[in-house]
Design a protein around this ligand. Structure first.
Ligand SMILES: C[S@@+](CC[C@H](N)C(=O)[O-])C[C@H]1O[C@@H](n2cnc3c(N)ncnc32)[C@H](O)[C@@H]1O
Length: 261
């Protein structure tokens, strides 16, 4: 990758304000519009067990769509994110929704202990250094017996469709390496237990993409194959064949939740 190549998406998500926000916003919007994305998010929302009058926090809320869905359950709904760009977009998109959006670092949440009846994070621990500290913060601001929930992919399950080939293996591998915490999905239950959360459960949801445009938007297949072609020229014909074929890819999303002791 040279100096003018934009950061891979997983690097951009670590500091959205220092990267090209259009690409980030397109990626976030596309997942909200995919059936599989909506399905796991709907399940995660149900698992929060929100009762009218309660208060709920979405840590690293991005564009705030999940905060609006929590609000629709009659709760005080708060979203925080470290990106000023995304919080400004959330405030403008959801003006009048009654949701609260604030810029804050997940490692240092600006709330007193035991402030919320439900605390969640979605697809963000994969990008943040020291995820154990974030989960501890989430548990700190959750009330006793309230739900603490994390939904994250495990990139050890990532696959690009098609027959086995060394190029596919390498593109998968190079993509996985761009994540701060590629195996976060399988780490969630230990992180919750270490933060004092009990009665821990988990469910898995397959998150597939279909067709080149969708697979490329979420998994940057084109850029990865082109980068690789500097070292392995066969990556370019591979990319051509992938583009003309079914162009399927996918990853397992894990939802892991429990109640604060
Ligand atoms: C893939 S997005 C997920 C956004 C949202 N939860 C969703 O499901 O659409 C990852 C988010 O983590 C945020 N983020 C990264 N590091 C953070 C930190 N240290 N504290 C708070 N938010 C952070 C990014 O700004 C981005 O909005």
């Amino acid at each position: 990758m040279n100096d003018t190549t934009p950061d891979p998406l997983p690097v951009g998500f670590r500091d959205v304000d220092a990267t090209a926000p259009d690409k980030i916003i397109r990626c976030l919007d596309s997942l909200q519009s995919m059936a599989a994305g909506r399905a796991y998010k709907a399940r995660a929302l149900d698992l929060l067990g929100l009762e009218p009058g309660a208060s709920a926090l979405d840590v690293a809320c991005g564009l705030g769509d999940d905060v609006v869905k929590m609000k629709a359950r009659g709760v005080r709904a708060v979203g925080v994110d470290r990106s000023r760009t995304l919080i400004a977009a959330a405030q403008s998109r959801h003006a009048g929704s009654g949701c609260e959006f604030n810029v804050a670092d997940a490692a240092d949440l600006p709330f007193a202990d035991c402030s919320f009846e439900a605390v969640r994070i979605d697809r963000s621990l994969q990008h943040i250094p020291d995820p154990g500290r974030i989960v501890l913060e989430m548990a700190r601001v959750a009330r006793r017996d309230s739900v603490v929930l994390c939904a994250e992919p495990d990139w050890g399950t990532f696959l690009i469709g098609g027959r086995h080939s060394a190029v596919t293996e390498r593109i998968q591998h190079d993509w996985i390496r761009t994540f701060q915490n590629p195996w976060i999905g399988r780490e969630l239950s230990s992180l919750l237990a270490d933060a004092g959360v009990g009665d821990i459960r988990q469910e898995g949801f397959w998150l597939p993409t279909h067709g080149f445009a969708e697979s490329d938007l979420l998994f940057e297949i084109d850029a990865n194959a082109r980068d690789l072609s500097v070292e392995l020229p066969e990556a370019l014909p591979w990319l051509d064949a992938y583009r003309r074929g079914e162009a399927y890819a996918g990853v397992l999303m894990l939802i892991c939740w429990g109640r604060k002791h």
